[in-house]
Design a protein. Structure first.
Length: 121
């Protein structure tokens, strides 16, 4: 037996079908174009090799320079025995949202994040 829908009584609004369909079509097209762009970017990166820049018609159009950042999570995953010797404890200051909500819920509510997503059937 399925559980009752916990959102059954949430506030709703009726919108024109064509507006929603237009958004869905645009969103789908954007995803396809993003995938296409990522494939083209990967091809360009492969072609760049060890170079730091791309020139087209004697104009520098793309750079692919090394930065000061490193892929730490990959390094830790791929070399666990080596990297474990370089782990150190670190104390971090964190925001206690749960306590803040109890004392200042009306302020916190102004900062509640909402998700805009398609309801899947």
């Amino acid at each position: 037996m399925p559980l009752p829908d916990k959102y059954a009584n949430e506030p709703t609004v009726e919108l024109p079908e064509d507006k929603v369909a237009a958004w869905r079509a645009a969103d789908d097209a954007a995803k396809r174009w993003k995938e296409h762009a990522e494939k083209l970017k990967a091809e360009l990166i492969a072609m760049i090799g060890d170079a730091h820049a791309v020139i087209v018609d004697d104009q520098k159009v793309v750079t692919y320079r090394p930065s000061q950042k490193f892929a730490e999570s990959r390094l830790l995953k791929e070399y666990p025995e080596l990297t474990r010797h370089f782990l150190r404890e670190q104390t971090t200051l964190v925001f206690d949202l749960e306590s803040f909500l109890k004392r200042h819920g009306e302020i916190a509510e102004q900062y509640r994040v909402r998700q805009f997503r398609w309801v899947e059937e």
